[in-house]
Design a protein around this ligand. Structure first.
Ligand code: NI
Length: 137
C-alpha cells in the first residue's frame, strides 16, 4: 500500500536558557556561550510534526490535518507559547531546553494522542538554520 507523509507546521515564541546546574558557571558559559546568559533569551520556534500512513479509502487522508493541528495546539502550543521553557512548562522540568531535547519532549507529548505507529517525525527549528529532528528511536 502506498505510504505518504503529511506534515503540519506550527510556530510559537518562548524564552529559555541553556544551563546545566550540575556544572560550574564557568563550564556553562564556555559550553553554551550566549545561550547561557542568566536573564533568558527568546526564539521564534517552528515545529513540524509528520504523520505517515496509507491514505484512507473514504477520505484520502492519512490524518485530518485540522485534527492534527488541534492535538499540537493542546499538547504543545497552549503550554509553551509565550512561556519560559525552563520555568513554566511542566513536561520540560529538569530538562535542558536544547532543540534536541525539545524535539524528544514534544514527541513524547504527542505520541499517545496520534493513532499508534503513525507519528513519524518531530522537527524543531530554533532558528532558520538550526533544527533538530526526532523519530522516536
Ligand atoms: Ni537559545
Amino acid at each position: 500500500m502506498p505510504k505518504t507523509y503529511v506534515t503540519r507546521r506550527v510556530h510559537f515564541n518562548a524564552a529559555h536558557r541553556l544551563h546545566n546546574p550540575q556544572k560550574s558557571d564557568e563550564w556553562n558559559r564556555e559550553t553554551f556561550g550566549k545561550c547561557n546568559l542568566p536573564n533568558w533569551h527568546g526564539h521564534n520556534y517552528v515545529v513540524e510534526v509528520t504523520v505517515c500512513g496509507t491514505p484512507d479509502t473514504e477520505t484520502g487522508y492519512v490524518i485530518d490535518l485540522g485534527h492534527l493541528r488541534k492535538i499540537i495546539e493542546e499538547k504543545i502550543l497552549n503550554v509553551c507559547d509565550h512561556r519560559n521553557l525552563n520555568l513554566d512548562v511542566p513536561f520540560l522540568r529538569g530538562i535542558i531546553p536544547s532543540t534536541e531535547n525539545l524535539a524528544i519532549a514534544f514527541w513524547q507529548q504527542l505520541e499517545n494522542t496520534i493513532p499508534s505507529g503513525t507519528l513519524y517525525a518531530v522537527k524543531v527549528f530554533e532558528t532558520e538554520r538550526n533544527m533538530a529532528e526526532y523519530r522516536g528511536e
